[in-house]
Design a protein around this ligand. Structure first.
Ligand SMILES: [Zn+2]
Ligand SMILES: [Zn+2]
Length: 373
């Protein structure tokens, strides 16, 4: 990536403060580490640094004059004195001389996805996940060198990892610093790399890792396994492994938060007379009391038979929706009895009395078409 703050933000040197702000917002959205993954972290820092300087008129002026514009405790954003400018020019382009780059770096985070069913989400489960990952090279133990050999100090940069060059400018001599190409900035050269890992200090392998999936997870939940990601270059500390959950839909139960919903068919006569029905729950068959006079779409709630609350005690509820079944075909005897009942109840010539449309009707219709219970 370029060191030039204008190039980093992708704006011209004549950009207005408004254009700079816009460019920063766009890049911040694209590269924010929460959105673009762990790799974007460093780039995002560069963009933030560039914006910090170019959005401040004083710092931007200093930067345009060739200074770094930030990180100078003397400057404080209130203008540089002569000595500051002098110092700035001596450290131009490369900033303050840095030490050699470390060969050992932290590894990347990794992500695997697993599918679980509703019962596993409800009660929690344990799984083994297979990951293709990098582990410390067993031959060189992460040193990157053939066993018995060591890296030697780079002759070109003397181990500093960077080389300084003197250039002439309108202000006189300017010292610039750039990474040493002979050692790629490491300060050391490995002339005899480990053959097992080709001098990487790590090798790729397939690992099986046990994962405890707690009750209450849902699609999109990520479980973090600290230090189970990739080992870094030079056998550096491992990143983290994230296990992302995808929950399969259940044929009978629909989940809303930690509550579950299901429907059971109930004959009209049973609803009128009351009964006990056996409902298949995730905890096995349960007897459920149906009171006499149960109405269509009534909901019977079974406390604590829903999904376990994530990282908390207790469980949601199971809501059993009553799906009332009216007999569609009656034999002669059934019809006679039913007519007799209608007469007894004075319902043989019922009036069609208008009732206020319950607010719930339209919500239920909408839910039905959206595939919800
Ligand atoms: Zn090795
Ligand atoms: Zn070097």
């Amino acid at each position: 990536m370029s060191d030039d703050y204008y190039e980093i933000l992708g704006v011209s040197r004549q950009a207005t403060p408004e254009e700079i702000k816009k460019a920063y917002r766009r890049l911040a959205r694209e590269m924010h580490p929460d959105v673009a993954g762990p790799d974007a972290d460093d780039r995002f820092k560069d963009v933030s640094r560039a914006y910090d300087v170019l959005s401040n008129p004083d710092k931007r002026r200093q930067y345009d004059m060739g200074g770094r514009g930030n990180g100078n405790p003397m400057g404080g954003g209130a203008g540089f004195g002569f000595s500051d400018i002098f110092e700035t020019f001596f450290n131009a382009a490369g900033g303050a001389p840095r030490g050699p780059a470390p060969r050992v770096r932290r590894g990347q985070d990794a992500l695997v996805r697993i599918e679980i069913d509703l019962a596993e989400a409800t009660f929690g489960t344990s799984r083994e996940v297979q990951v293709d990952t990098a582990v410390v090279c067993g031959t060189c133990q992460g040193t990157c060198c053939r066993p018995g050999t060591q890296p030697r100090t780079c002759e070109v940069c003397g181990g500093r990892g960077s080389v300084q060059r003197v250039a002439r400018s309108f202000l006189g001599q300017v010292m610039t610093t750039s990474p040493c190409t002979a050692c790629q900035g490491f300060g050391t050269v490995i002339s005899d790399p480990c053959s097992e890992c080709s001098g990487e200090g790590r090798v790729r392998t397939r690992r099986s890792i046990p994962v405890q999936v707690p009750a209450g997870v849902e699609s999109g939940t990520r479980i973090k396994l600290t230090g189970q990601g990739e080992v870094g270059p030079g056998g550096g500390p491992a990143g983290d492994l994230y296990v992302e959950i995808r929950e399969r839909a259940h044929p009978s139960f629909t989940r809303r938060g930690d509550d579950l919903h299901c429907s059971v068919e109930l004959p009209m006569t049973a609803a009128a007379l009351g009964t006990v029905i056996q409902v298949q729950t995730l905890d096995g068959v349960r007897d459920v009391d149906v009171r006499p006079g149960t109405q269509p779409n009534e909901i019977l709630t079974l406390r604590g038979l829903g999904v376990g609350h994530l990282h908390a005690g207790g469980r949601g509820d199971l809501h059993v929706h009553i799906d009332l079944v009216v007999p569609a075909r009656l034999d002669a005897e059934q019809e006679r009895l039913l007519r007799e009942l209608a007469v007894l109840r004075g319902e043989d010539h019922p009036e069609a009395r208008l009732t206020a449309a319950p607010a719930g009707v339209f919500a239920r219709l909408r839910d039905k078409f959206a595939g919800r219970p």
